[in-house]
Ligand binder design. Structure first.
Ligand code: THU
Length: 136
């Protein structure tokens, strides 16, 4: 089965977890869903905090769920948020994805009322620094 064939399930997982996001300050609820190397889908939402900088994005929540579930690598990742503009991962999250994904991994950014934007990690984070620079 191609990774593309998982997109309906990834979208559904991202939207289901987005409904549980804790975003009382921005009111901008985000969901992320990862297709991992074990074939399972792992999802996470953003978690804000009254001390604003301590809040975290949906992507690291999904990465934490992936690792906690025993998987190791991102094969495809879907991010959903409100509105029509595609919700692309922030700069820090691009780097977090980079730690667990190859350059050719597809990142789908979707404002739920708009059209999904399909990109590779390389497009989002060109000339990036990663684990192999440190011998990993
Ligand atoms: N946010 C994410 O969770 N992921 C993204 O890709 C973009 C931004 C969150 C962080 C914050 O809780 C809210 O969206 C507004 O920035």
């Amino acid at each position: 089965m191609s990774e593309h064939s998982h997109d309906k399930a990834l979208f559904a997982a991202a939207e289901a977890v987005r409904a549980r996001a804790y975003a009382p300050y921005s009111n901008f609820q985000v969901g992320a869903a990862i297709l991992a190397d074990d074939g399972n889908i792992y999802a996470g939402c953003n978690v804000e905090n009254a001390a604003y900088p301590v809040g975290n994005c949906a992507e690291p929540s999904a990465i934490a769920a992936m690792l906690a579930g025993g998987a190791k690598r991102i094969k495809r990742i879907y991010v959903t948020g409100p509105g029509t503009a595609p919700v692309t991962p922030c700069g820090g999250c691009r780097q977090r994805i980079r730690e667990f994904a190859d350059a050719d991994v597809t990142v789908i950014s979707h404002g739920v009322d708009g059209v999904p934007l399909v990109q590779t990690l390389e497009q989002l984070l060109p000339h990036s620094f990663g684990p192999e620079y440190l011998g990993r």
